[in-house]
Write a protein that binds this ligand. Structure first.
Ligand SMILES: [Mg+2]
Ligand SMILES: [Zn+2]
Length: 141
């Protein structure tokens, strides 16, 4: 059962078992770039591996300090998108930002794959169209 359906969603991820989220689905796709044998990594797989890698450290640091790290990472992504680093660095910063975002979701007890699919899986959450047909809102710059 998913953490968000158990009523235990605020437990630290280390005390919960995310494995049903990944084992629930058995679909396997052929991925040419990986020799056609390795299944692609789902968002839930990524969340699990990031938690196994950093979860303990992140929980020790706490949510406010971890959010600061995430913010710093977003700044690094901004620099890279601005063309101030190499393209390889941009690739790394995108991965870093996703990793920190994923950690924040875990610390908040949120199954990222579940909410991403629920909110965007069928197109725009506002107009329900795919592609979105909402009118672009004007920005100051
Ligand atoms: Mg970085
Ligand atoms: Zn829309």
């Amino acid at each position: 059962m998913r953490p968000t359906q158990t009523g235990r969603s605020l437990l630290p991820l280390g005390q919960r078992d995310l494995s049903p989220v990944t084992s629930r689905r058995t679909t396997r796709w052929k991925v040419a770039s990986r020799g056609g044998t390795v299944p692609p990594m789902r968002i839930s797989d990524f969340q699990k591996v990031i938690d196994e890698t950093y979860g303990e450290k992140d929980r020790r640091r706490g949510l406010p300090a971890t959010f600061l790290w995430f913010s710093e990472e977003v700044g690094e992504l901004a620099r890279a998108l601005n063309g101030r680093t190499s393209r390889e660095n941009l690739r790394l910063e995108l991965a870093d930002t996703l990793a920190w975002l994923t950690t924040l979701a875990s610390m908040a007890g949120i199954d990222l794959e579940e909410v991403a699919e629920a909110r965007y899986g069928k197109g725009c959450p506002r107009c329900s169209a795919l592609p979105c047909r909402c009118e672009e809102r004007r920005t100051a710059i």
